[in-house]
Design a protein around this ligand. Structure first.
Ligand SMILES: Nc1ncnc2c1ncn2[C@@H]1O[C@H](COP(=O)(O)OP(=O)(O)O)[C@@H](O)[C@H]1O
Ligand SMILES: [Mg+2]
Length: 415
């Protein structure tokens, strides 16, 4: 049904069904097409092609990895209801089954949001065969994109990496953690100013983040997105520990990519008083990163800022290796890639140096259309990003013929 998310429900006798069904049927855009009696019934119902999402008890007997794969094969994205949201092993079980969406049994009122998010995930990418190892759901890594002042392309790169992850089968979570003003929403053509980050901050303050943050994510072209600050002065509302909490939750579902600010100065006085510091989100992101990607501009000013930035970063994160991306590389700057690599080498422990070409035509097309590079088809820039992601996630490959597309945007819930 066009514009509707049709769902199958398998409660397997669990008491949450009596609360969940009215909540689901009340929500516009959701149609409950069938209550199934067991996993066999669920799997058979999935083959009819009538459903987009299956709401299932994580405890349902027979719900295993192949059952989850069967559902996805037939275009049905599972949403688990977790019997006991507090126990850590449930997260492990979700990961083992490859489940991305889940709601605690005490948070069933958030189930409709999770269902709509899962429905959009299901529609965001064409089903396709995968020629090589692809990135699936499950425990992911956190990639943090940082770069010095001067708009070197942090947001462009964070979204390009996330788009490439999506092309390799992940449904990455992008968090706009730039304390100097978010721009991920603008890059993606999200027109309203509902801030996912501030909604998460409020949910976190109320102790409800674990249950509600799925509903606060936007689904855009294969990405899950937590949009950033609508205005730079709202940074004070981003609580200490928020970014860390979001990364921790996000990593349980898969890849997490963070866009950050440029400044690294700490404010120890703020830390002692428990209030956020001006660059707290950037520093928190770097402290939890599994992979740090540093982007700098290829021109003389950009390169000197990059060199200073790498030194400052080393003082902040210690000897953790970083991957450097020299952006907007062009012959007119007069240096070869080998010369730039030699210069960068002296300033940091490196896990790689990559170059992205200056391609104003492609980035303008992306910005003006609110699109990711991955949605625009192949370009020299997208190929360079793919090589960078080969370095970040060796052994993963693009799914054959996959090109990200958007059929429907699901608005975030205001909180
Ligand atoms: N490789 C590139 N070639 C041409 N323009 C680029 C490239 N990378 C980024 N840009 C442009 O540079 C500007 C700043 O990029 P952005 O990602 O917003 O920077 P930051 O997040 O570091 O402030 C944008 O207009 C973007 O389109
Ligand atoms: Mg930015």
């Amino acid at each position: 049904m066009e514009g509707q998310t049709c769902i199958l429900v398998l409660a397997a006798g669990a008491p949450w069904e009596s609360t969940a069904l009215p909540a689901l049927t009340r929500r516009p855009g959701i149609v409950v097409v069938k209550r199934c009696v067991d996993v066999t019934d669920l799997l058979a119902s999935a083959t009819t092609g009538q459903a987009d999402v299956a709401v299932v008890s994580l405890d349902a007997p027979g719900l295993d990895g192949p059952a989850v794969q069967h559902l996805r094969h037939h275009g049905v994205e599972p949403v688990a209801v977790l019997a006991d949201a507090g126990r850590g092993d449930l997260g492990d079980r979700m990961n083992r089954l490859g489940l991305v969406f889940g709601v605690g049994v005490d948070q069933v009122d958030h189930l409709p949001d999770a269902v709509l998010a899962a429905g959009a995930a299901d529609q965001g990418q064409e089903p396709t065969t995968r020629p090589g190892p692809a990135m699936g759901a499950g425990h992911g890594r956190c990639t943090v994109v940082w770069g010095p002042a001067g708009a070197p392309g942090r947001t462009t790169l964070a979204l390009a990496i996330a788009g490439e992850f999506a092309q390799r089968g992940a449904a990455p979570l992008v968090i706009d953690a730039d304390p100097w003003g978010g721009s991920v929403g603008q890059h993606l053509g999200i027109l309203d100013d509902v801030s996912g980050l501030l909604a998460c901050a409020r949910a976190s303050a109320a102790g409800e983040l674990g249950g509600s943050y799925l509903g606060l994510q936007r689904r855009v072209g294969g990405l899950r997105v937590i949009t950033g600050l609508p205005r730079p002065d709202r940074w004070v509302e981003a609580r200490v520990g928020l970014v860390e909490q979001l990364v921790e939750l996000g990593r349980r579902q898969g890849e997490v990519v963070l866009d950050t600010g440029f400044a690294l100065e700490d404010d120890p006085a703020a830390e002692f008083s428990g209030r956020p510091s001006r660059n707290g989100m950037t520093l928190e992101a770097l402290s939890v990163a599994d992979d740090v990607v540093v982007v700098g501009n290829a021109d003389p000013i950009g390169l000197s800022r990059l060199a200073r930035g790498l030194v400052e970063l080393r003082e902040t994160i210690g000897g953790k290796p970083v991957r450097v991306v020299v952006n907007r590389m062009r012959s007119s700057v007069g240096w070869s890639e080998a010369e730039v690599t030699g210069m960068v080498n002296g300033f940091a422990e490196l896990s790689g140096v990559h170059f992205l070409p200056d391609d104003r035509g492609t980035t303008d097309r992306a910005l003006l259309g609110g699109r990711m590079l991955a949605e625009l088809g192949d370009s020299a820039l997208s190929k360079a990003v793919a090589r960078l992601v080969d370095g970040l996630r060796p052994g993963t490959a693009r799914a054959g013929g996959r090109r990200l597309s958007r059929r429907r945007a699901v608005p975030a819930r205001r909180s």
